[in-house]
Design a protein around this ligand. Sequence first.
Ligand code: PAF
Length: 304
Amino acid sequence: MELVETVEELNNSLRKHRNSIIGLVPTMGYLHEGHLSLVKKAKKECDFIVMSIFVNPLQFGPNEDLDRYPRDLERDFDLARQAGVNVLYHPNVKEMYPSEPLITTKVSNKISNVLCGKYRESHFDGVTTVVAKLFNQTKPDRAYFGQKDAQQLAIITQMVKDLSFQVTVVPCETVREEDGLALSSRNVYLSEEEREQAPILSQILNEVRDGLIPRKWNTPDEINQYVRERISTKPLAKLQYIETLEYPNLQATTSLYDKQIIVALAAYFGKTRLIDNILFSAEGESHVPNDDEIQIASSHRNRS
Ligand code: PAF
């Protein structure tokens, strides 16, 4: 695996591979199994994998954790190499933003004024700006994003459509600890007690899903109210938001069973903000199927 730090080095490495299928896995580093699952999926579908590691200042608010965001390039280098990444692209801030950017992307309030976007002003403008730059710098055929950041995934998919990027955005299932906690680089901030209580988020979302399957819930409000009550039983959890919306257009909905919906939440455990979500559609697509499920489904199809 090659480590490159400039756009020029990246271009030199990619020049010989332009006839191959190039997969991009954009990250902010401090890699965990969730990132590595993106690489695993990319390796099945692409010939050459670029992983970027860049903690993007543009997507952090003034009171957010930019300075203390965990970083460990040496460890990331080993993990990326073992996972089969071909080029690790690690630009510094000066390389990514040689001068103060005067032109950036702007995400419409229609999709940024809900969920995380409502509480993180201009966060998604920062995310789309850096992802647009990464797309232009790498020119990948396919780019891999986790479903855990469901609003980010929806917005990037929309950006690709609206700005005509020639890339396929590939959604990837959320990877979880055994007790259900969604993997996140921020989980390292949790104290022992907070870590013990954090799996409540996925437990509640599973309970919501269990209610959706037999159509127990009648309205989004009923779901949101249930989540509020359940989470209030954990003294260390402070719910920031719970929303049940249509997905991927992130619009309010009154019905739960005729479209795909997302039930998404953010909660603080101490200073640590965690997010999680489930997707559900009554058609049976309640989540992004994992590779095993895809294989099982296709072997069923082959048999019938
Ligand atoms: O999901 C992330 O880690 C970041 O938002 C991304 C997509 C790498 C852009 O900085």
